[in-house]
Design a protein around this ligand. Structure first.
Ligand SMILES: [Zn+2]
Length: 88
């Protein structure tokens, strides 16, 4: 049974909830702040940790890195080609 109020964020927790709907604390993490700081493997299917992290940290790092440098390289090559055409 969860506590009636989340000790971490103070949100009201439904009696049969396995984790806090507001901050994701659950009985396995001791209803503690550790859930927010990451590094814990949560076996709880109801709580999507990845989604939580994405929302919490803006989701900027989720993009695959390979695409990024590839397009930079393409842009650089195009710029050099244009420059070469101008200088000829
Ligand atoms: Zn909470």
């Amino acid at each position: 049974m969860p506590p009636p109020l989340c000790p971490h964020c103070g949100a009201r927790i439904p009696a049969r909830a396995r984790c806090c709907p507001a901050c994701g604390s659950d009985e396995q993490t001791g209803w503690s702040e550790e859930t927010n700081t990451g590094g814990l493997d949560l076996p709880d299917e109801e709580f999507n940790y990845e989604e939580f992290v994405q929302e919490e940290f803006g989701g900027g790092r989720v993009r695959p890195k390979g695409i990024h440098w590839f397009w930079w390289l393409t842009a650089l090559i195009l710029a050099i080609l244009l420059l070469a055409m101008f200088l000829r």
